[in-house]
Design a protein around this ligand. Sequence first.
Ligand code: SF4
Length: 284
Amino acid sequence: MSEHVVRRPALSPSRASDFKQCPLLYRFRAVDRLPEKPTRAQVRGTVVHSVLEQLFALPADQRVPSTAQDLLHPSWSRLLAERAELAELFSGEQDPEFGRWLEDAQKMLTGYFGLEDPRRLEPEACELLVEAELPSGVLLRGYIDRLDVAPTGEIRVVDYKTGAAPREIGEAKAMFQMKFYALVLWRLRGVVPRQLRLMYLADRQNLAYAPDEAELRRFERTLEAIWAAILRAGRTGDFRPNPSRLCDWCDHKALCPEFGGTPPPYPGWPEPDPGVETALDRSD
Ligand code: SF4
C-alpha cells in the first residue's frame, strides 16, 4: 500500500538564502518551481558529496584515497542514469572538458584527504535530513552533510564545500546555512553543537565556528522574520526583485523585470512543500 505523505511547508537554508538575496528569485524557485540548468560545478559537487557519503558507509580501514577515487566515475554514471539531461553538460566522455571536470573532482577528493583522515572518524550520520519546529510554529528542514557525535555527546556539524569560488565569496551564506543546522539540532536534541565545520575541498581549508545559545536564539528570530516575510509575499504574490552582482548567476534573468522580462502569472502559494531542497542545491 502506498502512503501519500503531505508535508507542511518548511523553510530550508537554500530557500531562506534565496529570499534574503532576492524575493523574486525565491518565487521563481520555490513557488513557480521553474527548471534550472545544472552547472558542471554543481554536478561535480553532487558527485563528490556522494563519494564522501559512500566512503563513510565502508569499514574504516577502507576509507583511503584510492577507494574514493574508484567511487568517482561510478557515482557520476549513477547520477547520469537518474538524470539523463545531465548528459548535455558534455559532448561525451571523450570530451576534453569532461576529462578536466573529472580531474577537478579527483583533486577535490585529494583535498579532502589533506584535511582529515576518515579512517579515524565514525560519524553518526551522513546526508541526514533534519526537521524541527520552532516554538513559533515555523518548520525548519534541511540536510546535513555529516554529523559527528563524540562519546561525551558533543556534536560537530560538518559541511563539505565543493564550489570553485574562493571561500570568501560564499562564506556568509555558508555560515547562515551552518547556523540553520545548529539551530535545528539544538531544538531537536537540546544540545548546542560544539562546532560547525566547513571543509573547503578546493582550497584545502577548514573553517570552524562555535555557536552559542544566545546567538542561536537571535538567529531563530531572524528565521522567523524571514518566514513571516515569505508568507506575506506568498499571500499577495508581491515578490520583489532585488538586483545584485549575484544576478549574473540567476537562471531567470529573461523573466525578471530588472532585465526587461515579465514573470509568469503568479500561481498562488504552493502546497505541500515550498521548502524542498534538492541535492544540487546542496552542492556548493
Ligand atoms: S535576475 Fe537578479 S533581480 Fe532578477 S530574479 Fe534573478 S536574482 Fe532576482
